[in-house]
Design a protein around this ligand. Structure first.
Ligand SMILES: [Fe+2]
Length: 254
């Protein structure tokens, strides 16, 4: 059995209940023996995003499956396929403002989601925020980030604040990733720890059934001020919602 077959079997075993209806309807899962591993990976990622876009996967099911696929990314091939050597110079910021460049995965006709390389200077941050009606992944391609994620308790959300539970606080380097959706790890905050640090972000809009207590901006982002959060006995933190300008002023750079 090839590594590719083992991978698919592993994925189907892990997520049989979640993915079976989806894999049945997908026409894109046939894999040629001549495919490079990275082409297969691109196709599998795109299939999962298309599955979410079509409502065949819930955000939580999508997130579990994308986590499994990101774990198996053929990392060196990915950097080569997206020509990261060129993207690095195009996304290296000259100041504390993050610099982004859109890209399209090679050899894919369909495009249900965005792909962007973001570069940050040491001390600059992807400021703390959650998302309404959006799922995403950040794969670190170079450098490292102190990365914090939080679950968002939608049921106990109030206008002007969110109730958060910390789920990760770690230094993540090349090949590491985080994913987020309305179901899990909705809130994230990343600070560049190395001279420059770069992520591949892959966001997709999702249909939200949740009542909107805190409206998002045009990028579906809701900004937060975790330093002013108040913890409760359950280990959760009530965190104020703030404007992007206030969040940037407090967290944009050290
Ligand atoms: Fe985000």
């Amino acid at each position: 059995m090839t590594t590719r077959q083992q991978f698919l079997q592993h994925l189907q075993t892990l997520f049989l209940t979640a993915l079976l209806p989806y894999w049945r309807v997908s026409k894109q899962t046939s894999i040629s023996k001549t495919d490079r591993e990275i082409d297969t990976w691109f196709r599998q990622v795109t299939d999962l995003y298309d599955g979410l876009n079509a409502g065949l996967l819930s955000p939580g099911q999508w997130q579990e499956a994308v986590d499994a696929i990101l774990t198996k990314v053929p990392f060196a091939e990915l950097l080569e396929a997206i020509d990261f050597a060129s993207l690095r110079s195009a996304t290296t910021p000259s100041d504390e403002t993050p610099k982004g460049t859109r890209l399209v995965f090679p050899n894919l006709e369909r495009r249900s989601f965005g792909q962007k390389i973001m570069g940050l200077k040491q001390g600059s941050a992807i400021i703390p925020h959650g998302h309404n009606g959006l799922a995403s992944a950040h794969l670190i391609v170079s450098g490292s980030y102190r990365t914090r994620t939080f679950d968002r308790d939608h049921q106990h959300e109030e206008s002007g604040s969110m109730l958060l539970s910390p789920t990760l606080d770690a230094s993540l380097g090349p090949g590491s990733f985080i994913t987020m959706s309305e179901d899990r790890d909705n809130v994230h905050w990343m600070i560049a720890e190395t001279e420059y640090a770069y992520t591949l972000s892959m966001p997709i809009t999702t249909a939200s059934q949740l009542p909107i207590k805190n409206p998002a901006n045009q990028n579906r982002m809701v900004f937060l001020d975790p330093d002013r959060g108040v913890s409760n006995e359950q280990g959760q933190m009530r965190v104020p919602v703030v404007t992007m300008q206030d969040c940037l002023a407090r967290y944009g750079t050290k």
